[in-house]
Design a protein. Structure first.
Length: 535
């Protein structure tokens, strides 16, 4: 974390101390904390805890969010694509700093000496485990070999090399492990991105294997008295929407009948035109009917399939949480984080899937549940947890966990994120950060890159030129292309509202850089200047 950001966190805590009876600075728990990080692939906030009325997600809602968790409803990722989003979160750096914009197998080439989030805890004596999809394997080797790659696994023969995991079996190794799963039942078909219906037994799902591996490890760690950093990466609701037949009827199609695309067509000149995922269009209708019995592939059917996959993921989250319940002393000293690696378009803007910097692609769920030991050390924490409406970023996760785990060690390198702990004491603390920043480097627009700048209610989309090598030309800002939306009044971004244009341009002008440092903005503006962006 930059020193100026540290100063703002300290200032926020000072306000908390001054305004709360018996308040005190944030304390670390008496014991070092375990970390359980749960990641869902391609999951937008289709969760009850994020006020989605169609969601069925009792484990995430009741056992993480409602059980003292802090729900960050305005959370955004660094990039709406699996590889760069995960590389950014796990390194605590924004995408221009990691240089991982897509699926380049170069994370360690560009970040040879970077201490990752799990790597930091490993250096402190934790055992670190990765089950399922945590890093995107394509950032560590050829995409065609992704199911065989052990991403950033530590090698005893290279003790001085930076790495992340003590154990990280490849996807192939998990799938082939008969102890963990019966068999993988997804049908083999040339079109691997098909919309699917209920298929096969629960034990034949890849995420069943992931959950079982995590359960066995947490049990073993608990019984051995081992401090652990465990990351559990579920593969759904990423395409294809293959789910167990046990879950297919959890959502009735009828409740999605009113789901509609807000714009039927995408402008062929749009910067984001490639997002419309052909796998979710109806050109495969005959085969879908023959194999899966669909009468029609439409917005309602696609939305239903996505929600079903999300509900199945929630079930597997519950299976992992069950093993913590079996070891109360371990649970008391375990911080739980639930995160989605980016959002998803389900027909809004006439778009499907991801790869834009509109709200539905960058917004993802983040819930942080402090341990009971952390709560015991901080009497003035919001006791029931709560909802944080302020903008946060995925890079904040690393800064927060490093600060709250009670390890009494500072992170040895710069972090782009902000420690979110002050929100545990004031859900609307206004002085931590102004905006979250996401980017998308389009495959089809080689010389331009798009950024979303998301304030509390205002969303701006700004464009910069870039060089062929990916370097962003911060002095080549295409101001005239700036788009501004008021999300509180227009959540689907259908009409621009440029009433805050001046305030937005001032913010972007003072922050534009690879690490998007807000220091100059806070130093050179007043509270009155910032007020239009805090509404």
């Amino acid at each position: 974390m930059r020193y100026a950001t540290q100063a703002r966190v300290a200032a926020a805590l000072t306000v908390i101390v001054a305004c709360t009876t018996g308040a005190r600075a944030i304390n670390g728990p008496a014991e070092v904390q375990n970390i359980l990080l749960i990641i869902a692939d391609d999951l937008k906030p289709v969760l009850g805890s994020f006020d989605d009325p169609l969601a069925i997600s009792p484990n995430i809602d009741d056992r993480i969010a409602a059980d003292g968790g802090f729900v960050f409803t305005n959370h955004h990722v660094s990039s709406p694509e699996c590889g760069p989003s995960r590389a950014s979160m796990l390194s605590g750096l924004r995408v221009p700093q990691t240089r991982i914009y897509h699926f380049e197998p170069k994370f360690r080439k560009y970040n040879k000496d970077r201490v990752t989030l799990p790597g930091f805890f490993r250096k402190l004596g934790y055992r670190t485990y990765s089950w399922g999809k945590v890093f995107d394997a394509s950032n560590f080797g050829p995409t065609r070999l992704a199911r065989y790659i052990q991403s950033d696994l530590c090698d005893a023969s290279k003790p001085n090399a930076e790495c992340s995991w003590d154990e990280n079996p490849s996807g192939f190794a998990l799938a082939a492990n008969e102890t963990l799963c019966d068999h993988i039942s997804a049908p083999k078909h040339k079109n691997k991105n098909l919309l699917a219906v209920g298929y096969g037994p629960l034990s034949g799902q890849m995420d069943y294997c992931v959950a079982e591996a995590a359960r066995l490890q947490i049990k073993a760690s608990a019984e051995a008295g081992e401090k652990f950093f465990t990351a559990v990466g579920f593969y759904k609701p990423h395409l294809p929407f293959f789910v167990s037949e046990d879950f297919w009827m959890s959502h009735e199609l009828a409740k999605f009948e009113e789901v509609a695309e807000t714009n039927a067509e995408i402008d062929p000149k749009s910067f984001f035109k490639q997002v419309s995922n052909k796998a979710l269009q109806s050109d495969n209708q005959e085969m879908l009917n023959a194999v899966y019995g669909f009468e029609e592939t439409n917005a309602s059917a696609i939305n239903r399939a996505y929600y079903v996959a999300a509900t199945q993921t929630d079930y597997f989250v519950g299976q992992v949480l069950d093993v913590l319940d079996d070891y109360p002393a371990v649970k008391e000293n375990t911080i739980v984080v639930f995160w989605g690696d980016h959002g998803y378009h389900l027909g809004d803007h006439g778009m499907w899937a991801k790869k834009t910097v509109f709200e539905q692609a960058t917004r993802a769920p983040l819930i942080i549940k402090p341990s009971q030991a952390y709560r015991n050390a901080n009497a003035n924490i919001v006791s029931s947890g709560g909802t944080v409406p302020m903008p946060t970023e995925a890079v904040d996760i690393m800064a927060t966990l490093v600060a709250m785990a009670g390890v009494n060690e500072s992170y040895p390198q710069e972090l782009a994120g902000t420690d979110l702990q002050p929100y545990f004491f004031d859900l609307e603390e206004p002085n931590l950060r102004m905006a979250s920043v996401s980017l998308y480097d389009s495959y089809t627009s080689k010389r331009v890159i798009a950024f979303s700048v998301r304030f509390r209610s205002i969303r701006a989309i700004v464009f910069f030129r870039k060089r062929n090598n990916g370097v962003i030309r911060w002095n080549k800002w295409l101001k005239a292309k700036t788009e501004i939306y008021n999300m509180s009044e227009d959540p689907l971004e259908t009409e621009q509202d440029r009433s805050t244009l001046s305030a937005v341009l001032t913010y972007v002008d003072l922050c534009r850089s690879d690490d998007w440092d807000e220091t100059a903005y806070f130093e050179q503006t007043t509270a009155e200047d910032r007020q239009p962006l805090l509404q």
